[in-house]
Ligand binder design. Structure first.
Ligand code: 6PG
Length: 486
């Protein structure tokens, strides 16, 4: 560190709510880091420094003092609410930073905002990095999974700092330079979309075990505890068991039974589906998870259909052990589809936005620290390391085999849930996605005929090149609208 940098911080954090404070504490706990901190309301800064004197923070009450307390190249992580607050802090820093300095947005910003911001800030010679940080408040403090975008130049300085605080999985820090400009926030968005699907699938498995199997929340917690010892081992399965064990102090009932069944959403799942639709890549499991949250909040519609006949057939279970195993297999197969769709969306985004994203590296950093951390992410890593050009995760030998083994149970569960009137949209859409992928012929041929009939939108043929249209309102002969280039 040059003499002018002596006594200054090698990293700064702006925004000291819980996530920002925990990230600052994590940074300060690592050898070699001196951390500057600043918050618009000074009380938060004073609270953090008074509660954690051991951190040795360089605290500032003004943005000018904060900037002055940073060693060059100045590097600051913004941890404020995505949106206008982020833009305001970026502007404050960009006014005071010099070429070569680094501004990091550690919030859940929309990747297209990050692409815009990176270009605006780069025009001043300043580096802008959108970094997805996953793992919630505990992850921020103990070791998150970190998905930075931005330039290679910025990563030379930022990489070692982020590696010092990231979670560690299989001996490797859960951080990698995902790609340029908005790539980091894009991948974090997909992470959240997969998170939505994973949570929905777990919730559907719970509902089937509860409604069809008549298991209590505590019994289902034990079942999830067993599942967490096998291929479903993951943070979400682990915490689900904890939530289901929880008893409400006020009523003595299982907490899950006193929580209102209307799910919230901060929006990252919606972004994932909107983006995937624009990219033309199906993320049916993620979409069904988003729709399920929306439907759950349609209180008046749900009340309006109250009492409508279900005409459901009770789910007859001869062997409860086999029933539970069927649900486990259906959950695992549906989860594989959701992750395969998520990774496919990353591939499509990288192609669209010109990012060189290493899917194996992404699966590696998701093995620890993040909300979707799971043992089977090692299998995904192995699949992409064995074949970096894999066009679809499900075609990798391990996953093709896992799906094959689960298929009969998967079908039994989707059929029985449907007959029993138990909603399982993510299970069902994942199975249909798989069946559509496998299909020799899809009814899309009929859709093309319909489109040509009412809109003369033309169609291709299976037996010869070219673009064709049938004269539906005339003699119904077929004409070639665009001679084939062959
Ligand atoms: C993470 C989480 C986090 C997410 C919140 C709220 O990776 O730490 O994904 O970023 O924003 O959990 O998510 P929803 O309100 O959208 O469910």
């Amino acid at each position: 560190m040059t003499s002018s940098n002596a006594g200054k911080a090698n990293i700064g954090v702006v925004g000291l709510a819980v996530m920002g404070s925990n990230l600052a504490r994590n940074l300060a706990s690592r050898e070699g880091n001196t951390v500057a901190v600043y918050n618009r309301s000074v009380e938060r800064t004073q609270l953090l420094t008074s509660e954690h004197p051991e951190a040795g923070f360089i605290a500032s009450e003004t943005i000018d003092d904060f900037v002055a307390s940073l060693a060059k190249p100045r590097t600051a992580i913004i941890m404020v609410q995505a949106g206008k607050g982020t833009d305001a802090v970026i502007a404050q820093l960009a006014e005071r930073f010099e070429p070569g300095d680094i501004i990091v947005d550690g919030g859940n910003a929309l990747f297209t905002d990050t692409i815009r911001r990176e270009a605006e800030v780069r025009a001043k010679g300043i580096n802008f990095v959108g970094a997805g940080i996953s793992g919630g408040e505990e992850g921020a403090l103990k070791g998150p999974s970190i998905m930075p975008g931005g330039s290679e130049e910025a990563y030379k300085t930022l990489g070692p700092i982020l590696s010092s605080i990231a979670a560690v999985a299989e001996g490797e820090p859960c951080v990698t330079h995902v790609g340029t400009d908005g790539a980091g926030h894009f991948v974090k968005m997909i992470h959240n979309g997969i998170e939505y699907a994973d949570m929905q699938l777990i919730a559907e498995a719970y509902d089937i075990l509860r409604q069809a199997g008549a298991y209590s929340p505590a019994e289902i917690a034990a079942i999830f505890g067993e599942w967490n010892k096998g291929t479903l081992e993951s943070f979400l399965i682990e915490i689900t068991a904890e939530v289901l064990k929880q008893v409400d102090a006020k009523t003595g009932k299982p907490l899950v039974d006193v929580i209102l069944d209307q799910a919230g959403s901060k929006g990252t799942g919606v972004w994932t589906v909107q983006t995937a639709l624009n990219l033309g890549t199906p993320v049916s499991g993620i979409a069904e998870a988003v729709f399920a949250r929306s439907l759950s909040s349609q209180a008046s519609q749900r009340a309006a259909v109250d009492g409508l006949p279900a005409d459901a057939t009770a789910w007859t279970i001869e062997d409860k052990v086999a029933f539970v195993e069927d649900v486990r297999r259906a959950l695992y197969a549906s989860k594989l589809v959701a992750y395969a769709q998520g990774f496919d969306a990353i591939r499509a985004g990288a192609k669209e936005y010109g990012w060189n994203i290493n899917l194996g590296a992404v699966s590696k950093i998701w093995r620890g620290g993040c909300i979707i951390r799971a043992q089977f992410l090692n299998r995904i890593t192995e699949a992409y390391e064995a074949d970096p050009g894999l066009v679809l995760l499900l075609s990798a030998p391990y996953f093709a085999d896992a799906i094959a083994q689960a298929q009969e149970a998967w079908r039994r569960v989707v059929i029985a849930a449907t007959q029993a009137g138990i909603p399982a949209p993510a299970f069902g859409s994942s199975l249909s996605y798989y069946d559509a992928l496998r299909a020799e012929r899809l009814p899309a041929a009929l859709v093309q005929g319909q489109r040509d009939f009412f809109g003369a939108h033309t169609y291709k043929r299976v037996d010869k090149p070219g673009i064709f249209h049938t004269l539906w309102s005339g003699d119904r002969s077929e004409i070639e609208t665009e001679p084939s280039s062959h």
